[in-house]
Design a protein around this ligand. Sequence first.
Ligand SMILES: [Zn+2]
Length: 292
Amino acid sequence: MASDAWFVSPWTELEPARGHLLLPGSGERGSRPLEVRSHHFPIGRSELLLEEYRTRDAGLFTPCLLVLHADEVNARAAALLTIAASGGRVLAVRGGRRNVSLRRADGTWRADPNRIFTPRGRHRTLQELRPEVVMPPRRLLASLAELARAIVTLATFEAHGVPWLVAVHTNTPAGSFSIERFLAAPETENDPGILAGRANPGLLPRSRGKDLCLTTSAELFHRLTGRTNVVLQRTPLPHALDDGSLSVWAGLHGRNYLNVETEAPKYRLDREAVLRSRKLLDVALGVVREGL
Ligand SMILES: [Zn+2]
């Protein structure tokens, strides 16, 4: 892995949106400079780019915000503006589309960067996107495993105590992902001893069903109930539900995981969606920072 670094203003990164993305009424200017460090991962004949943004006052106890899908530009904007306002780090997969493209002598492979965190997930994502191949090459599977390890290490290497993995995602208005999807779903925690009388998922009345938090931490679930739509994922998940996503990995390894998910279009910055994502991040990170 090769790395280089420089400084930018968050507004340079989010051109041409400029100041239209400031939280209204907060008085913020969002002017903290961000240090950018680019990490290049060669895989086959391709190179994958991970960008790490940080403020000088990032602090050891601030969780890194992970943006794994390059097409979710509103998730990236919300994450960058959140750290510009409050300090912190962001790690974002850059370039290309949602699935990373991996060119090799045997052709081009594609993988969803949020399906590479377990062996089963890596196998499935490569095969789903190239169904004519029964067994993806071992070398490619090993490269994706290394990439997954590097993402987790970069996101948590500074964290002390119990590290948090915080992912920021968006889902499209046309997609089926929403809090209602988790009602009686096999991945939804249903142990009465853990839920202590609370409904899982916790639905916020009159809220947007596609804006939600998903976590592997029962304590965070309890603290977020009534403040946002929230679902507690079973940990660890049964093998059949292992799709290779970071939440599954976190559950298997006893890590605290939080996914902040907002409805937003892909590729195009949308002010209202960025503001909703930022507000949800503020609520969720506020609870994480309180120390649980
Ligand atoms: Zn995503």
